[in-house]
Write a protein that binds this ligand. Structure first.
Ligand code: PEP
Ligand code: MG
Length: 646
């Protein structure tokens, strides 16, 4: 028996349609399933009883599941409860017998379905592009001329990296994809890799076997890492190794550039390198049996708005032989050769999503004002320049949070001052005259970067992160401050400091800025001016808000961290998810206190945590005087509509 509690995220709760869908899903499992809410318990297989529980959005519900398929059932039902749009699409579970009214589209073909990680939201259905590259057939043998074999390996590396580089020249390639290709080229040229392969060849191993063995060992080392970002690099290492071995064997790979428009890529695994070869506008969806939400493929799918389910628990043979695949990237569901009813509901969901996007399009160019005349800027949270077009398309009124840590992560060396200045300047120019709020490096012991040694910390979220690390490592921080001063000549840059817990931290940063400005002026490099603000994300910053407001030009509430620190509930720990709620009165009181301090000091205040996009909280923020809401681009039109309707 397993029992878990969840916060219900289904819009408007389990009223008629979602309740029916929920019961249909529950009935597809053999386990006994009870649901408790508001101190009452009912069977999850009875729609009437379920509706009588009156479960509303944001209520806490407990599922108690007992039976053979309890794990699968709990996971499916939990996903449903935590999905705002659940209930919009008819849900089905694997191997569900066709109902008598199901007109079977392909007689004799069993329907198959499964669940995976909801990696990129949206619904899709389309013909399968089965991407199952050939198995490498290496025949290990002893080499006599080891010098020649080492040279053959070097040639293979060159031919692979040249092919990588040629792909960067394609006109439609995005900056994101170029960055990924550069990372692959770096891996292929890695000296650890080539030295180890060279050493193995000198023991008379053939180059293909040696490259495979070393590449596999390095891939496994990446996979064993705790940090999900570093773990995701295993995918790149595997991909590079494969390309080199294929080159050594003279074999040809299957390629996604053969994909036809509207297809769903179905694979065991798709690497970012594979995906970079496809015309992304032709890809309707992606379903993979491997992969995680932080892998490059997931990042690319989200950036290009391609619905994706990764880590899908669907039998490989069923995927390989499928003709039509449907997927719901919001819930993580996959439908293999769906029946007519499921196809219809998927098509309807796609139509609804398209209509929703269309209806919200009207808000794209709107600068929202409440009925009592308050203006609210709805801006984008970005991490890379590649996300700019999507933000502009969504109608972002500037950038409320540019997380600079993305520039520092996933690379082998620290970005230079010039690289940073160029990035910040391009960002500012793209959104001018709207403001762009650039946050200084907020990296911590849980997410290391190359170039800074982080010692192990028992509580990295309470540790050496954000401004704390930067003030000690001025060799890392000053190039960023100089780059910010240089980029702010554009005129619309604002600078935001993360993890502030004491006024002295702001003063120390101001001193460093003054030093950098002096240096730049002496060097004859032009500097601009900018507003300086602090994140309100520690309880200390809330209690000191009155004092901090005298030292800065604006506040930005980081609800993600503020919630975890006010509630003492780790934002990454699902066991305390019930406490990790921004709508908790304690968190709202903290936000209201920061707003009051800002009002009294006459400075502006924004919200840039995930909660900024929540329709149920936007009125609270605006009533308390928040004038900027910053969020992921996709959420912008809806937030604009919310503000307009206030
Ligand atoms: C926050 O804490 O709310 C925030 C926006 O910062 P991050 O999620 O990057 O910690
Ligand atoms: Mg934060």
């Amino acid at each position: 028996m397993i029992e878990r509690s969840f916060l219900v995220r289904v819009h408007d709760g389990l009223h008629a349609r979602p309740a029916t869908q929920f019961v249909k899903l529950a009935k597809s499992f053999s386990s006994d399933i009870q649901i408790t809410c508001n101190a009452q318990t009912a069977s999850a297989k009875s729609a009437v009883k379920l509706m009588l529980l009156g479960i509303k959005e944001n209520d806490e519900a407990t599922l108690r599941v007992e039976g053979e398929d309890e794990t699968e059932a709990l996971s499916a039902l939990a996903t449903f409860l935590q999905t705002p749009t659940a209930g919009d699409v008819a849900l089905k579970k694997s191997d569900e017998p066709a109902s008598p009214s199901d007109p079977a589209p392909q007689a004799g073909r069993a329907k198959r379905a499964g669940w995976g990680i909801a990696a990129s939201e949206g619904t899709a259905i389309g013909p399968v592009f089965a991407f199952f590259p050939p198995v490498l057939k290496i025949e290990p043998h002893r080499v006599e001329d080891t010098d020649a074999e080492v040279a053959r390996f070097a040639e293979a590396v060159d031919s692979v990296t040249s092919a990588f580089a040629r792909n960067k020249e394609r006109p439609e390639i995005s900056a994101d994809a170029v960055g990924i290709i550069d990372a692959l080229i770096d891996l292929a040229h890695d000296t650890d890799f080539s030295d180890e392969v060279g050493a193995a060849i000198r023991t008379r191993q053939d180059a293909a076997s040696a490259a495979m063995a070393v590449g596999t060992r390095l891939t496994e080392s990446f996979e064993a890492m705790e940090d999900p970002y570093i773990r995701a690099r295993a995918e790149d290492m595997r991909s590079v190794t494969r390309q080199i071995v294929l080159a050594l064997l003279g074999q040809r790979d299957v390629s996604l550039d053969e994909l036809s428009c509207g297809s769903i890529i179905v694979a065991d695994e798709v690497t970012a390198w594979d995906l970079a070869k496809a015309r992304l506008s032709d890809v309707a969806g992606i379903v993979c049996r491997k992969g995680a939400a932080t892998s490059h493929v997931a990042i690319m799918a989200r950036a290009y708005g391609i619905p994706a389910v990764l880590g899908a628990a669907v039998d490989e043979e069923h995927l390989k032989s499928a003709q039509i695949i449907g997927l719901d990237g919001t819930t993580g569901q996959v439908f293999v050769d769906p029946d007519t009813e499921t196809r219809m509901s998927l098509t309807q969901a796609i139509e609804r999503e398209t209509a929703d996007r269309k209806a919200l399009e009207a808000y794209r160019t709107i600068e929202p004002v409440t009925s009592d005349g308050r203006k609210v800027e709805v801006a984008a949270n970005l991490g890379t320049l590649a996300e700019i077009p999507a933000a502009l398309e969504a109608g972002a009124m500037g950038v409320g949070l540019f997380r600079t840590e993305f520039l520092f992560m996933e690379r082998k060396t620290l970005p230079t001052e010039d690289e940073q200045a160029e990035t910040y300047r391009k960002l500012a120019e793209a959104f001018a005259p709207y403001p762009v709020v650039i946050r200084t490096l907020d990296i911590g012991g849980d997410k290391p970067i190359a170039g800074v040694d982080f010692e192990h910390e028992d509580n990295p979220f309470l540790g050496w992160r954000g401004v704390r690390m930067c003030l000690e490592r001025t060799d890392v921080f000053k190039p960023q401050l100089r780059a910010l001063l240089r980029a702010s000549v554009v005129g619309n840059v604002k600078v935001l400091l993360p993890m502030i817990a004491d006024g002295s931290e702001v003063e120390a940063v101001r001193d460093l800025f003054a030093q950098c400005q002096d240096e730049l002026e002496r060097e004859g490099i032009p500097c601009g001016t900018f507003e300086l603000g602090v994140m309100i994300e520690t309880p200390a910053a809330v209690f000191l808000a009155g004092d901090l407001a005298q030292k800065v030009d604006f506040f930005s509430v980081g609800t993600n961290d503020l919630t975890q620190y006010v509630m003492a509930a780790d934002r990454l720990n699902p066991k305390v998810a019930n406490l990790n709620r921004t709508e908790h009165p304690a968190v709202l009181a903290a936000i209201a206190a920061a707003c009051k301090a800002a009002r009294e000091a006459g400075i502006w205040i924004g919200v840039c945590g995930e909660a900024a996009a929540r329709p149920d909280l936007i009125s609270f923020f605006v009533e308390n005087g928040v004038t900027e809401l910053s969020m992921s681009s996709a959420a912008i039109p809806r937030a604009k509509r919310c503000v307009t309707e206030l």
